[in-house]
Design a protein around this ligand. Structure first.
Ligand SMILES: [Zn+2]
Length: 387
């Protein structure tokens, strides 16, 4: 008979073994025993169960100098698929990934409406269609995770989605009732931070990621977990006041950081209609004085907010998720030259390489970690560039 404790330990060991197989890509039972510290018998029993469950694949190597042909284990990446969704004010980005986070399908749907029920209908239709397409695999669609650009409570309800003006929506329940798939709801900045942790900075226990698009949001990964605060609303740094009596913000205050340091504030101030990233890139290259000045202003205000955040958290890694900063090769250097207080200390500051796909990648990884019931996930970046 398995007692409660024994079952718990078995589950922990299973998670440890799965995490190590994923991290090493291919590994033998003997090496698995070494890296997990579990004895060979335990590894053997767990691996037999996982093979039975269809979660692992074993293959025998053809050549070996010692004449032995070791059997290597890897995750059966096609056993199931995760759907990540980034629900923004004007568009929905969908990404389907295999169990190793490799995107197999990416689609962007432009939104012509802000109406909750109409958008819910679009999501239901899409999820049902994808679920059908995944039916051939062992586990099918293993989960759907949606990134929301607004306040999401710890029990996964939307408290407020400012740009769509949604309040108190239980989108998780509304979807699950219709699609019969596990759905997770999370703040977009949290999922972006989670992607940085899973795909790029796995060894960091102290990472913050700042998403600077239409607004500014911050996600924190502390000891492998998303730090959500008491209600789930931690990280609303876009509404930190950086200019007393400054511009009026939709939140009710004045002088909020996102009115001076977000990408939309940059485009608004520049005032050139329909300008996109490619335009900015070429104008910067040509040394256009207006664009260059605007970029300097943006850098100045980013540094003011960052200084506050650094003093609050003393982070190891700070990732700035911004296409505009990615266009400006010297952005990090310019920001760092303004972070020269004797008090501010941090490990590394960098611009995200995952870019606008970070949220959906984090969303897929979030479903995978829940499905596999593991606490640690280290995946390789295998993104398809669509933007
Ligand atoms: Zn505000």
């Amino acid at each position: 008979m398995i007692t409660g404790d024994a079952a718990f330990i078995k589950k922990l060991n299973r998670g440890l073994i799965l995490s190590q197989i994923i991290e090493h890509n291919k590994i033998s039972r003997a090496d698995l025993s070494k890296v997990t510290g579990l004895n060979k018998a335990t590894v053997s029993v767990q691996v037999a169960d996982l093979l039975e469950e269809n979660l692992l694949i074993e293959e025998q190597l053809e050549h070996n100098n010692l004449g032995r042909r070791p059997i290597l284990l890897s995750l059966n990446r096609k056993a199931g698929y995760a759907l990540g969704i980034d629900l923004d004010k004007n568009q929905i980005m969908f990404t389907l990934s295999d169990l190793l986070g490799f995107p197999t399908h990416i689609e962007i749907v432009q939104l012509q409406t802000k109406d909750y029920n109409e958008i819910l209908e679009i999501l239901i239709e899409y999820i049902i269609d994808i679920k059908k397409k995944c039916q051939g695999s062992a586990f099918g669609l293993i989960g759907v995770t949606i990134g929301i650009h607004g306040l999401v409570s710890k029990d996964e309800k939307i408290l407020f989605f400012p740009q769509l003006q949604w309040r108190n929506k239980n989108i998780k329940e509304d979807l699950q009732n219709m699609v019969d798939v596990t759905v997770f709801i999370e703040n977009n900045a949290n999922l972006t931070a989670f992607a940085e942790s899973v795909f790029k900075h796995n060894k960091s226990n102290n990472l913050i990621s700042i998403s600077m698009n239409s607004g500014i949001g911050l996600g924190m990964i502390m000891n492998g977990e998303i730090h959500r605060g008491f209600h789930g609303y931690a990280g609303e740094v876009g509404h930190m006041i950086v200019v007393p009596d400054g511009k009026l913000c939709a939140c009710g205050n004045q002088g909020c950081w996102e009115l001076y340091a977000s990408e939309s504030s940059f485009f608004n101030k520049l005032g050139r209609s329909n300008a996109d990233y490619y335009d900015i890139h070429s104008w910067l290259k040509l040394g256009d004085p207006d664009v260059t000045n605007q970029m300097d202003e943006l850098i100045k205000y980013i540094a003011i907010g960052l200084n506050n955040i650094i003093n609050m958290y003393n982070p190891e890694i700070i990732v700035l998720n911004s296409e505009l900063l990615r266009l400006n090769r010297d952005a990090v250097k310019q920001i760092e030259s303004r972070l020269n207080s004797n008090i501010s200390h941090y490990g590394r500051l960098l611009v995200s390489e995952l870019g606008k796909q970070a949220c959906v990648m984090g969303a897929c990884a979030f479903s995978i970690i829940k499905f596999l019931q593991i606490s640690e996930l280290n995946l390789q970046v295998t993104m398809k560039r669509t933007l």
